[in-house]
Design a binder for this molecule. Sequence first.
Ligand SMILES: Cc1cc2nc3c(=O)[nH]c(=O)nc-3n(C[C@H](O)[C@H](O)[C@H](O)COP(=O)(O)OP(=O)(O)OC[C@H]3O[C@@H](n4cnc5c(N)ncnc54)[C@H](O)[C@@H]3O)c2cc1C
Length: 350
Amino acid sequence: MIKTDILIIGAGPVGMFTVFEAGLLKLRCHLIDALAQPGGQCSEIYPKKPIYDIPAYPEVLAGDLIDNLAEQIKPFEPGYTLGERAQTIEKLEDGTFKVVTNKGTEHYAPTVFIAGGLGSFEPRKPPIKELVDFEDKGVEYIIRDPELYRDKRVVISGGGDSALDWAIFLSDVASEVSLVHRRNDFRGALDSVEKVVELSKSGKINLITEAEVKGINGEGKVESVLIKHKHDGDIVKECDHFIPLFGLSPKLGPIADWGLEIEKNAIVVNNALDYSTNIPGIFAIGDVNTYPGKLKLILCGFHEATIAVQYAYNIINPGKRYVMKYTTVNGVEGFDGEKKEAKKAAVIKI
Ligand SMILES: Cc1cc2nc3c(=O)[nH]c(=O)nc-3n(C[C@H](O)[C@H](O)[C@H](O)COP(=O)(O)OP(=O)(O)OC[C@H]3O[C@@H](n4cnc5c(N)ncnc54)[C@H](O)[C@@H]3O)c2cc1C
């Protein structure tokens, strides 16, 4: 049984940063995530991609951003329940929320922050009979470590940004990259499409359009795929990996049944004040929420977390007043008692 001040559902970048902002207010946090590791989309979908719009980081790999966040929140000793999905929520008579995971772990907290991003990660799978048999035997839906494909023959299918971006990236890593797409035109960014066409002309990407992968062959691992071409008929393409990149279907999962106001698969919050939901004590931050002008960006989620913890403080400490102080003035004192002192700066009078 786990007790905490703020129970955070979703250990993506926004859930993680909540721990820091809550820690400054001396509030303890516990994170639940269905994935085996923290980091949300950054760790699961694009750990090796550079992000360019995190303030003061001209460029940072998504995986490094998560490592840095983990380091930043360490003094506040967050608890983790990983590899478990938050399944049910119940408000007890004393106002405490009880959240139970699919594996039966019980969590109790006066406030709940939902930072569930896109929800549970469900890759869209193409209708290929043998697909499931070859999962992790050469079929991957998410590229976690591009090095896995070094000097290997790779077939990617899909027509969106993910398929285009990875085909471009892997053309420098794999020994052979084929990109199979059902149509002649792509849904991705124009410059990515142009780059793929350019790489196809120079022989670095084998571009096969108006075609679909319909079968997989191999003894215990992928050895070839069967491609059905609209005009040329069947093509057997030898390869070591088949990577269908058709995106992730956004599924809120069990959260959708918790009585929260939902609009277009996202939780409606009060952005004029505190990012609270229609259930007092439950807040929603990051990609999972919606309000007029919402942007699904890490930066915006960090802001929402910072505001929401101030209001959670009032619920956890009724009648107590918290006065915000800059970290440059107060330093950062973790629950481990270690204090990063604010450095006394010289006052310059003009
Ligand atoms: C390819 C790509 C590139 C991107 N580039 C940028 C960029 O350059 N700049 C930028 O700002 N943003 C970028 N984004 C968007 C950015 O990644 C998201 O805005 C960010 O990850 C949102 O963080 P989050 O913590 O709200 O949610 P997420 O990162 O989605 O994390 C949510 C977590 O909640 C968990 N979860 C959900 N439901 C449950 C449940 N019931 N129980 C337990 N766990 C649950 C999930 O497993 C997940 O780990 C990009 C996204 C993608 C896919």
